[in-house]
Design a protein around this ligand. Structure first.
Ligand SMILES: Cc1cc2nc3c(=O)[nH]c(=O)nc-3n(C[C@H](O)[C@H](O)[C@H](O)COP(=O)(O)OP(=O)(O)OC[C@H]3O[C@@H](n4cnc5c(N)ncnc54)[C@H](O)[C@@H]3O)c2cc1C
Length: 462
């Protein structure tokens, strides 16, 4: 059945049993063990066009893999076509005009390294083996976001293969409504083969401060930490953790991008307010910062996570954060990451991305190896997140796991969802691209296998 696709295909077409098939279906979360009917490992835009056209003609569901870091492996489905972009991973930097052209399957680390050769950078996530594709299409936050906004705020244009296999460019001038939707609306509208990013002179240095506090002092330390957030300088991203190495201690600190000596100026105040028992203050290069969580967030573990945005952080929310209640499941730790700064420079309506007004983002992430623990690990994380939910103002679309359409409605307000639906109607009316946090078209599609539950109950596939 795949001969037609193989003819003239520059990359690799893999079916079950062929060499490389099993490696190509592996993703970050080891719980994801799905078997696509065909994996099209694209190396060119024409490969992507051919794959999309083939998938539609064959009546296959179509998933698009960038870096493979969707928490629950959204683009993979049994019996589907996987359009695998991971071989389209080049990054070209033009230091004169401070722009980077990044292929749709590139990883963050490739982009960071290419830009840092010139002392340049653009906001990206905190783990270098994450894909630029999924991260940027959902928004994209990292240590540069308070200084320079979200990843999607720094995209100048997108090159995209549409559901009918044609190629277009979306920018402020070309397909402006699609350009709006691609900045936060996820992979719903087509396959992005190239991102053009604005780069900035960010230097090459960073400072990480992590102060551990005893459980008895944690509430007080976090309340004072919270009171620092409003006036925090933009190069600083304040962080708090509810557990240190799984233990009862909490931690507060910050990541500073830029001159470490300037970053150290925040240290005395933070130290004085939280009386730390252990201090970790480390200078590093920006590239080292960007890979510093790579191992702990590595592949091969079974994974689950939950998140919320919180517009405010009242004392009761801090109490719930520190209590880490697991409701009988495995207890896990959580993190609060400060927002604000340049994230608020882009008006809320300028992009599909929502919830710019968050004061902090809460995340709880868990990794384990024994499948027997799947239920209790996920239950613990869910329960913990539930205890924070009364204080939440929404959720990051890229932090969604198995929440389905309920989660999508938390990720976007009703007006944005209506506008996204209108863009979907125009660019993908048959919901060809539905193996994602799906924004279904307003009328059920007739194309390749859009499920009635598109995006809903995705967790059942874990
Ligand atoms: C370890 C880890 C660390 C993370 N850290 C951060 C962080 O610091 N900041 C942050 O904002 N997020 C972070 N995330 C969340 C991350 O943004 C999402 O998981 C994102 O979806 C990953 O993108 P991907 O391309 O790697 O994933 P994939 O699983 O390949 O894709 C995810 C979704 O995006 C779509 N997609 C991917 N590429 C394209 C493309 N080129 N064209 C069209 N659709 C595409 C897919 O179809 C799928 O629906 C992290 C995730 C992990 C697992």
């Amino acid at each position: 059945m795949t001969q037609q696709l193989r003819d003239g295909f520059d990359g690799l077409v893999l079916e079950p049993g062929e060499d490389g098939y099993d490696a190509a279906r592996m993703v970050w979360n080891a719980m994801v063990d799905r078997k696509p009917a065909v994996i099209a490992r694209c190396v060119s835009v024409s490969d992507v066009q051919a794959a999309v056209q083939f998938g539609r003609a064959a009546g296959l569901e179509i998933g698009v893999r960038g870096g493979g870091h969707s928490v629950i492996g959204l683009p993979l489905a049994d019996g589907a076509l996987l359009v695998d972009l991971s071989l389209m991973d080049s990054v070209r930097v033009d230091p004169q005009i401070r722009r980077a052209r990044v292929q749709g399957g590139a990883l963050l680390g490739t982009m960071d390294r290419a830009a840092q050769i010139h002392g340049l950078g653009t906001p990206a996530g905190n783990v270098s083996h994450t894909g630029v594709g999924g991260l940027t299409l959902g928004g994209g936050t990292g240590w540069l976001s308070r200084l320079l906004g979200l990843s999607c705020d720094n995209v100048v244009s997108f090159e995209m293969v549409t559901a009918d296999g044609s190629v277009l460019r979306a920018s402020a001038q070309e397909h402006p409504e699609l350009f709006w939707a691609l900045r936060g609306g996820g992979g719903n509208f087509g396959v992005v083969t190239e991102f053009e990013f604005q780069l900035h002179p960010v230097g090459t240095r960073a400072l990480v401060v992590d102060l551990h506090v005893e459980p008895d002092h944690a509430m007080d330390a976090l309340r004072r930490w919270r009171d620092l957030l409003a006036d925090a300088p933009r190069p600083a991203t304040y962080l708090a953790r509810s557990a240190v190495d799984g233990g009862p201690r909490a931690a507060v600190g910050y990541v500073w991008v830029g001159d470490p000596d300037e970053g150290r100026r925040l240290l005395p105040e933070l130290r004085a307010l939280c009386s730390p028992v252990v201090e970790r203050v480390v200078e590093m290069s920006y590239v080292e910062l960007q890979v510093s969580d790579d191992d702990v967030e590595g592949h091969l573990l079974r994974r689950y996570w939950k998140g919320h945005y919180l517009r405010e952080l009242p004392d009761d929310a801090i109490r719930a954060f520190l209590a880490r209640e697991a409701g009988g499941g495995f207890q896990t730790g959580g993190r609060l990451t400060a927002w604000g700064g340049a994230i608020l420079d882009t008006p809320e309506d300028n992009t599909a991305f929502s919830h710019r007004d968050a004061q902090v983002e809460f995340t709880t992430a868990v990794g384990w190896t024994d499948p027997v623990e799947d239920g209790s690990r996920m239950a613990g994380a869910r329960y913990y997140a539930q205890t924070l939910e009364p204080y939440a103002s929404g959720v990051y679309v890229n932090a969604l796991a198995d929440e389905g359409q309920v989660g999508v409605r938390r990720a976007y307000n009703p007006e944005k969802l209506a506008r996204l639906t209108a863009v979907k109607d125009r660019y993908d009316p048959d919901n060809v691209f539905h193996l994602n946090s799906n924004i279904p078209p307003s009328v059920a599609g007739i194309g390749a296998g859009p499920r009635a539950d598109a995006g809903a109950g995705a967790g059942d596939r874990l």
